[in-house]
Design a protein around this ligand. Structure first.
Ligand SMILES: [Zn+2]
Length: 460
């Protein structure tokens, strides 16, 4: 063995057990009651030994809403590693006139130079042309097996292309993640609010009501059912939309839902905070009334919701303020997005496992295993079993941390979870057997992360 992790509580796909984990050549060689000490030894007594987090919803180094997100691949992956995430599947936006393949290749080049963790790209399809559809089967064959599209924003998809994209991707072994909001209703409500002088950030949520997410989710689920292809609804925030998903799944639709920490832990009262503080939480869909949180936790517990992503979209607070103020102080001119790549796993552990809302097995399922399955990289990633990559996060359930911007590693200047008292925190992160982070210190080199070749989507 090159490295043995001793005495931890290991979370495997089938068990939670006291065991040692032996690592050779970057992979898990053995999980057993007792592995003789050999090579480097890490004592994980009192800690959970879990698969490293897999975050399949990020916007790293991306231009959105007229500005570039501030974390490049070094800083984003630094935050990921510090927070226990070892694989990132990012959503690059297909520029007008550019192929999906060129979009992916350009990003692989950028990330290869900087990333500390392994990565892949699921492009946001924006050019609904015959050329785009023609390249999709080849991309899937080459290991680029997931895609994203939006029902809101300038690059939104219409119903014809929604059906076509779902069909072309799904019938060739891939899966599409969809941002579900009814654009027409939202644009009308927004225009009406502004015409009536209701322009402040507190109008962000009322102009994107729950019904717009529920309707769009139901439309996507109906199309997937009709075409008999898989679909994945990203960042679900609203109880009624989750109910639509549950109904579709019960009827046999191969549909998956993702939620986010900001929906599980925060609510729309954030938009009533003083001054410009609400700008920090201008995300889409918006934060919902607190009553929705329990429906989301229920969705995770009962399996309707399969994953928890970060939607890491790091616009600094100061830039959100600047753009709000220079674009006429209107809520619909605030860049949408918030950081989350580093806080995702610790927040879900503390609020989920330590607070008794979910088991540690469920935690691993929604933070690592299921995202890896959706991305076509399971069980290379997302599982502790012999043969899997030795991507591991060691979590000390007794460690108490006050979450705050000062302790985080990205380049943005805020977190939505400032001041939260967390019970349990990662103490070490390993990627392919290499320690990345240990006791708060980075001990790995930038550019060590590798592009992943992914397999076809397999329903689970
Ligand atoms: Zn997103």
């Amino acid at each position: 063995m090159d490295l043995v992790i001793k005495n931890g509580t290991v979370v495997t796909p089938s068990d939670v057990c006291q065991a040692d984990v032996g690592i050779t050549d970057g992979r898990i060689a053995q999980i057993a009651d007792h592995i003789p000490e050999e090579g480097r030894v890490i004592d994980a007594k009192g800690c959970y030994v879990c698969p490293g987090g897999v975050d399949i919803h990020t916007h790293i180094d991306s231009v959105l809403h007229g500005m570039r997100t501030v974390d490049d691949w070094y800083y984003a992956s630094l935050g990921a590693a510090a927070g226990g995430t070892t694989t990132v599947v990012d959503f690059p936006l297909q520029p007008a006139g550019q192929s999906l393949r060129a979009t992916i290749e350009e990003r692989i080049e950028a990330a290869s130079k900087l990333s500390l963790v392994d990565f892949a790209f699921a492009p946001i399809v924006t050019q609904f042309t015959d050329d785009t559809y023609a390249e999709i089967p080849g991309l899937i064959r080459d290991g680029h097996t997931s895609f994203k599209t939006f029902m809101y924003y300038d690059w939104k998809i219409d119903d014809y292309n929604l059906a076509r994209l779902l069909d072309v991707v799904g019938s060739n072994g891939g899966i599409v993640g969809i941002h579900c909001e009814n654009a027409g209703t939202i644009d009308y409500l927004g225009a009406k609010a502004i015409a009536e002088g209701r322009t402040g950030p507190e109008w962000h949520a009322p102009t994107r009501p729950v019904s717009t997410e529920t309707e769009a989710s139901a439309r996507v689920l109906a199309a997937a059912a009709e075409l008999q292809v898989p679909v994945w609804i990203v960042h679900m925030s609203a109880g009624p939309a989750v109910r639509e998903l549950a109904r579709a799944r019960a009827e046999g639709v191969c549909a998956y839902g993702e939620t986010m920490l900001h929906f599980l832990c925060l609510d729309e009262s954030y938009y009533a905070r003083p001054g410009l503080e609400p700008l920090k939480a201008v995300v889409t869909p918006p934060l919902r009334p607190a009553s929705h949180q329990e429906m989301l936790w229920d969705g995770l517990r009962c399996g309707t919701l399969s994953t928890v992503g970060s939607d890491h979209c790091a616009f600094p607070y100061k830039d959100k303020i600047r753009l709000y103020e220079t674009r006429g102080k209107k809520f619909n001119m605030i860049p949408h997005g918030a950081p989350g790549i580093e806080t995702r796993l610790p927040m879900l552990f503390a609020e989920g496992v330590s607070e008794g809302r979910i088991s540690v097995s469920k935690f691993v399922e929604v933070i690592a295993a299921n995202p890896a399955r959706l991305a076509g990289i399971y069980p290379q990633k997302g599982a502790l079993m012999p043969g899997s990559d030795a991507d591991i996060v060691i979590i000390d359930p007794d460690r108490k941390v006050t979450m705050g911007t000062a302790m985080l590693h990205g380049k943005t200047d805020y977190t939505l979870f400032e001041g939260w008292e967390l019970q349990g925190y990662p103490v070490a992160t390993l990627s392919r057997g290499t320690v990345l982070f240990e006791n708060g210190e980075l001990v790995a080199e930038r550019g060590r992360g590798q592009a992943l070749k992914r397999g076809p989507f397999i329903p689970f």
